[in-house]
Design a protein around this ligand. Structure first.
Ligand code: ZN
Length: 411
């Protein structure tokens, strides 16, 4: 199928026509445009790359608002873990689909997920039409090499799904497991999705148990490499930032979740300056409580300005890159920009929406004033997922998700 998006405002402030053929952007300002199957008049719209939400537990949307205002450890052990023990595949399938709908509404086309029942996540991604990294989530207790291998093989069969291994964190996954996962990831050539240095408690416990801080410990056991995507990194000190940078490992900051659980503010400016591939994520909806990447991008920038006492810290353009091109590069995807030959993963923004008026600088508006409601149309892999803010399957999924969430609570 070919789609022609006519006369949209681009990030450089110019207007252009964008031709999509199959799953790629075939041309910007094509000479021949009369043969398109679909023509979208974007005179009152802007075209931007789809956002990347690089740390999620999408199905946790079913626990949104279930346990708010608790201290992290109590939240996790007293409220979240007991509910998660009751999860069945259907909860993860419908929960992930509901999350996909919320992400599409807020301009996200790709997410990096870690949760139970990974095959259900992949099925939901397939149905929603999005792109995702889906991890085989594991801890020492649940890890089985043969099973993990089988799971990766199954995930590889899904279109638009990049399989990964997801060891949870140092406090749930021991040295032997982490080393084995590292080996397996190289053998299967997949990424590793991990939680690193999220809380002060994690650092203190690691010091007590291993005599080292988390990144130092991971360096010692040889776990860190350019395959590893570390979520959070709130408590990395200067020495640890250097360790992560030297290892080639990547980092995802989740500012909203870190504030809500009072985990702290990540040293994002220092991490970016150290040359670490840096991205942004929302984390699960139980600790956010939304999957709104506009809010995440804005908070990431504002928190660095506050932390550095410097209004020039993490400026709009850089913050926007953390949620687009940086993530595409980390996943080795030719995406994250509107350019010929790149994947057609993109959004049309309604320039008449109140959050976009006036529009002196499109990137500034996207970073500092955009709301999900300004996202008009979302295209992923050359396919229209949402048009005029309508997702065809949304109403059914909302109903089904409510139903399975109620079942989960009453069990
Ligand atoms: Zn997480």
């Amino acid at each position: 199928m070919t789609i022609l998006i006519e006369n949209a405002l681009m990030l450089d402030g110019k207007r252009a026509d964008t031709l999509i053929e199959e799953n790629r952007i075939a041309a910007i300002n094509p000479k021949q445009k009369d043969r398109s199957d679909v023509v979208i008049d974007a005179t009152k719209k802007a075209i931007v790359p789809g956002l990347f939400n690089m740390h999620t537990h999408a199905a946790m949307i079913l626990l949104k608002g279930y346990a708010d205002d608790y201290e992290l450890h109590e939240w996790l052990t007293q409220h979240i873990f007991p509910m998660e023990a009751k999860l069945k595949p259907k909860h993860v399938y419908y929960g992930t689909l509901l999350a996909c709908a919320e992400m599409i509404h807020s301009g996200t086309t790709c997410f990096n997920d870690m949760y139970f029942f990974e095959e259900e996540i992949a099925k939901a991604v397939e149905r929603a039409g999005m792109r995702a990294v889906v991890s085989k989530a594991l801890t020492t207790q649940s890890y089985n090499r043969a099973e993990a291998k089988k799971a990766i093989k199954k995930l590889s069969d899904f279109e638009r799904v990049l399989p990964a291994l997801g060891p949870h964190a140092i406090y749930t996954t021991d040295k032997e497991t982490l080393c084995d996962v590292k080996e397996l990831a190289s053998e299967l050539d997949v990424l590793i999705h991990f939680h690193l240095s999220e809380t002060k408690k994690e650092v203190e416990d690691c010091l007590k148990e291993h005599g080292k801080r988390p990144a130092e410990y991971l360096k010692e056991i040889g776990f860190l490499s350019n395959r590893v995507i570390n979520a959070h990194c709130v408590w990395l000190n200067e020495r640890e930032i250097k360790i992560v940078a030297e290892s080639g490992a990547k980092m995802v900051s989740c500012p909203t979740s870190n504030l809500k659980l009072a985990s702290g503010i990540a040293p994002l400016t220092e991490i970016v300056d150290a040359g670490i591939a840096t991205m942004l994520g929302t984390d699960g909806s139980a600790s956010n409580n939304s999957l709104n990447m506009f809010e995440t991008i804005k908070l990431a920038s504002l928190l660095q300005k506050y932390k550095q006492w410097d209004a020039t810290a993490l400026p709009a353009e850089q913050a926007f890159e953390l949620a687009t091109i940086n993530a595409a590069k980390a996943l080795n995807l030719k995406a994250g920009v509107i350019k010929e030959g790149f994947l057609a993963d993109l959004c049309l923004i309604d320039l008449t929406h109140i959050s976009m008026v006036p529009c002196y600088n499109l990137i500034s508006n996207i970073v500092f004033s955009a709301e999900p409601a300004c996202v008009d149309t979302v295209i992923c892999n050359g396919r229209i997922l949402m048009e005029n803010r309508v997702i065809g399957w949304e109403a059914d999924i909302k109903e089904k998700a409510m139903q399975v969430a109620e079942e989960l609570l009453s069990e």
